[in-house]
Design a protein around this ligand. Structure first.
Ligand code: PLP
Length: 428
């Protein structure tokens, strides 16, 4: 008899393309039936067959304090009783803006939106509007949401502009996007020498989490800062994933880099749709209603989502929060690495704060190209062995994993135990 998950997946595919509302959820990369989730609490969630999993995706990042944290749930309930949406400003939005500016000092002013895609798209428009330039630079393997200009991969050869990675993105849009190699400061410098005066901005994930986990090198980020300043381009750090996830002040607080604009999402909504972009006040002043760059949203700064975000941001400021999160992620990846070594499997792992990467390779990858050489087939077998053992990893070899504050020693230890059995299975 098929499971409830199988039945729901078959039913979902009748009314929804591919049965899911965001492609990675469909398990296409790893094969098999996606789990339909019924409830979540702390480090766990349960599927439609009432099986419990230790969750290492945490809603792809937001669930940093664990699922259904009582403080967050209470804040949402209280806000909801006062009304769901007003389309007029509230004091809570000011408080959130003030808190973001305090926690991320490069942000002098901030605007709230509803998704990371919207935030990155708006930051690009702002950078173009503020500089009066059209061209943008992104890096292969970095994801910044699905705005047209950003769904672009490298063209063939240096100084050719990118090709759309999605049907429906006009070549005319993609031609303004130059796609360079992540962690290659020399190439970035060369491109600025060639055409720096026409580049509006550079956008980068300072700790990439969309080609598995791949931190930017300090030299790469420092070069970016220097050339952006020299040529008057806007440096945008996309911290939708790394913001409030790798450290309280985001990846920029670890690298000591001050970007012109920062894009945030995920954790700042605590599981509800809040994202933001902000930075230098002289750039932010180009936004409507002050300036000529238009940007708006019916549900921007929504009172219920802001309440969830504020409750989460309060919890992550607790003393020792990031020390604990960082230690638990490190313990997890060390445990996995030891287990793989015992089974003689070519595997390594890395973590930054509450983000981690698992690589079926002999060395931790340092570039997009080396990342793509990881053994995807082995990852898929490992993923399914872990899933069968009740540990839910990201269903793709090229996505980062996330640890929450509720992943205590017992949870980490039982995940490592499952990994030991999974690696042994792979070695057979
Ligand atoms: N930027 C980064 C770095 C992301 O990881 C994501 C989503 O995973 C986005 C932007 C897009 O955010 P959203 O899915 O909220 O639109």
């Amino acid at each position: 008899m098929s499971s409830k998950n199988d039945q729901l997946f078959a039913r979902a595919q009748l009314s929804t393309p591919g049965g899911v509302n965001s492609p990675v959820r469909a398990f296409r990369s790893v094969g098999g039936t996606p789990r339909f989730i019924t409830k979540a609490e702390g480090p766990y969630f349960w599927d439609a067959d009432d099986r419990r999993y230790i969750d290492y995706i945490g809603s792809w990042g937001p669930a940093i304090v664990g699922h259904a944290h009582p403080d967050v749930v209470k804040a949402v309930q209280e806000a909801a009783t006062r009304g769901l949406s007003f389309g007029a400003p509230t004091e809570a939005e000011i408080e959130m803006a003030e808190l973001i500016c305090r926690l991320v000092p490069s942000i002098e002013q901030v605007r709230l939106v509803s998704s990371g895609t919207e935030a990155a798209m708006s930051a690009l428009r702002l950078a173009r509007g503020a500089t009066g330039r059209d061209k943008i630079i992104k890096f292969e393997g970095c994801y910044h949401g699905h705005a047209d200009s950003l769904l672009v991969k490298a063209g063939s050869g240096l100084l050719t502009f990118g090709n759309p990675t999605s049907a429906g993105v006009p070549e005319d849009f993609a031609k303004h996007t130059l796609v360079l190699d992540y962690n290659d400061p020399q190439q970035l410098e060369n491109v600025f020498k060639e055409m720096g005066d026409s580049i509006a901005c550079v956008i980068v994930e300072p700790v990439a989490g969309n080609m598995n986990l791949l931190p930017a090198t300090p030299e790469f980020l420092h070069t970016m800062r220097r050339v952006c300043t020299q040529y008057g381009a806007v440096m945008i750090l996309d911290e939708v994933m790394s913001g409030f996830r790798v450290a309280l002040g985001g990846a920029q607080s670890l690298s000591g880099i001050t970007p012109d604009l920062t894009v945030l999402g995920k954790v700042i909504g605590g599981g509800l749709p809040v994202a933001a972009f902000g930075g230098r006040a002289d750039i932010m002043r180009h936004l409507a209603p002050l300036g000529g760059v238009y940007q708006a949203g019916t549900l921007s700064g929504n009172p219920v989502t802001v309440a969830a975000g504020m409750a989460t941001l309060k919890l992550i400021q607790a003393p020792g929060f990031y020390e604990n999160l960082t230690a638990q992620s490190a313990k997890l990846v060390q445990g996995f690495s030891t287990a793989a070594r015992e089974a003689d499997i070519a595997f390594c792992a890395n973590s930054v704060g509450g983000m981690f990467g698992l690589y079926f390779a002999t060395e931790v990858p340092v570039s997009y190209d080396t990342m793509m050489k990881c053994d995807k087939t082995r990852f898929n077998a490992f993923f399914h062995a872990m899933l069968d053992a009740g540990v839910y990893l990201a269903p793709s070899a090229f996505e980062a994993g996330f640890v929450s504050a509720q992943h205590d020693d017992a949870v980490i230890d039982s995940s490592i135990k499952a990994a030991r059995a999974a690696f042994a299975q792979l070695a057979d």
